[in-house]
Ligand binder design. Structure first.
Ligand SMILES: Cc1cc2nc3c(=O)[nH]c(=O)nc-3n(C[C@H](O)[C@H](O)[C@H](O)COP(=O)(O)OP(=O)(O)OC[C@H]3O[C@@H](n4cnc5c(N)ncnc54)[C@H](O)[C@@H]3O)c2cc1C
Length: 431
């Protein structure tokens, strides 16, 4: 029997250390600095770099990577347990070297980059000396790459890029972008796009706007326009027309890592809700004694536990099969579940805190908006539900006759055929 819900004691010690380190050293940064990704900010570097050094010395840096790239090769289950803690803090992932989208972009570069590109982009990226941007979505639609028009045309020894990109996160501080462009407009649906590395300083890149999420967020999602942006031929990543395959290299891991970190956020909202209901008296009793409040606590706990178990089982399957495609259904399921659990628990926590809950003095309003981020980034929930349904239905077959295979009259006939004689004999003996 291999079902086991316990963490190895040795690793638990590491998790306990991370838990304390994040609470005491990392979480305070969330209240002092606006942007974990701004590697050009001296104040940020003065606080973040020493913490990163401690994490490296502890051997917990970039745990999403294998040892060949400077990580621990821990696999997804251990990473999941770690990310649950890191997800509590905006600075957690950056202090531990496993922040999106750099984590996924480094996987792409490790897989498809030339030795020179690895030296120029991957090495400093892995060290968080620079950060990167993944630029795919376009204004006219992100959920359907078939409508993308951003073009890449070969001209001599270079590729010339033209068009607009929308919601390119962290573009304002990135040293390079991984950009999806239509290189082969007449090819079949999934062979039209290619992936390119574009250094941020390349002439012709215009930042049209940089948008926040919600009203109070830090602007970090860029509307970009590329005007005859030229990159060398070798800045094509992977095969020409192979952009979808390149994107998949990062998206499988990217989605489950978001889910792992979201557990930390949701758990935080839940802890605050529990503290509040035990602290507040209304109409003569504690909030915790009122049944409709208890229902909110119970529903939230059940939803968080279900979500966490599904995430960890998916992580376990990735470690077992070593193939994201083999766990497509599970990853799509947690991607679809994540925004709902996040939204519902954060919204209940907000509501339980009353008027205080809606103010920026508490994190709930931001968390509710963030839950929509989780339902959109890396594809909207509906698309992932379609994937789950399609994958599930592959495991089923149509009924062969006019009636369902579990049509009770037919099952009864079959049962009579199987045991009827025996029953008749028993009854005859008893008579
Ligand atoms: C905070 C944040 C950060 C992001 N960062 C990045 C980034 O770094 N790089 C990047 O390239 N993109 C990024 N995105 C963009 C994200 O990938 C897109 O928002 C997403 O793919 C949806 O595209 P869209 O916004 O154009 O919405 P649309 O494609 O217009 O979809 C809008 C809605 O239509 C419905 N819908 C769409 N398709 C279907 C369908 N097949 N079936 C049923 N309903 C459907 C859904 O309700 C969906 O939410 C980010 C988004 C957010 C919110």
């Amino acid at each position: 029997m291999a079902w086991d819900f316990e963490t190895e004691p040795e690793f638990q010690k590491e998790l306990d250390w991370v838990d304390r380190f994040v609470a005491e050293e990392v979480e305070p940064l969330d209240y002092l600095l606006p942007d974990p990704y701004d590697v050009r900010c001296a104040r940020r570097n003065a606080l973040v770099k020493p913490l990163q050094k401690i994490v490296k010395e502890r051997g917990l840096w970039a745990c999403h990577l294998g040892p060949e790239l400077g990580g621990q090769g821990y696999g997804q289950v251990k990473l999941g347990l770690l990310n649950e803690i890191l997800g509590r803090s905006k600075f957690g992932p950056i202090v531990f070297g496993c922040q999106a989208p750099d984590s996924g972009n480094s996987e792409i570069l490790a897989h498809y980059g030339t030795p020179e590109q690895k030296e120029r982009y991957l090495r400093p990226l892995l060290n968080n000396d620079i950060v990167s941007c993944f630029s795919m979505t376009e204004v006219q639609g992100g959920a359907d790459p078939k409508v993308f028009t951003f073009s890449a045309v070969e001209d001599g020894g270079e590729w010339v890029l033209n068009g607009e990109k929308w919601f390119s996160s962290h573009a304002h501080v990135a040293s390079f972008f991984i950009v999806m462009a239509v290189s082969d407009p007449d090819a079949s649906e999934y062979r039209r796009l290619s992936a390119f590395i574009v250094p941020a300083e390349t002439p012709g890149i215009e930042m049209v706007r940089n948008m926040p999420v919600g009203h109070h967020g830090h602007p970090a999602h860029a509307y970009l326009r590329f005007n005859n942006v030229r990159v060398p031929k070798d800045h094509l990543l992977g095969e020409r027309g192979g952009g979808f395959v390149v994107a998949q290299t990062r998206l499988g891991g990217g989605r489950i890592h978001h889910a792992m970190r979201t557990i930390g956020q949701v758990k935080r909202a839940f802890d605050m809700m529990c503290e509040r209901v035990l602290s507040r008296h209304t109409q003569g009793t504690l909030l915790a004694d009122k049944q409709m409040v208890q229902e909110k606590i119970a529903d939230s706990w059940i939803e968080i536990e279900q979500f966490r178990l599904l995430v960890l089982r998916t992580a376990w399957k990735i470690d077992k099969y070593k193939d994201y495609l083999a766990v497509r259904k599970d990853i799509a399921a947690i991607k679809a579940l994540m925004p709902r659990v996040f939204h519902d628990v954060a919204a209940r926590a907000l509501h339980i805190h009353g008027s205080l809950g809606v103010t920026p003095d508490m994190p709930f309003a931001e968390q509710v908006i963030e839950s929509f981020h989780m339902g959109l980034a890396d594809g909207p929930t509906e698309v992932h539900k379609v994937t789950v349904a399609r994958q599930v239905l592959r495991e089923y077959h149509a009924a062969t006759g006019k009636f369902p295979s579990r049509y009770i009259p037919h099952l009864r006939e079959a049962a009579v055929a199987k045991y009827g004689r025996l029953l008749d004999e028993i009854e005859a003996q008893a008579a």
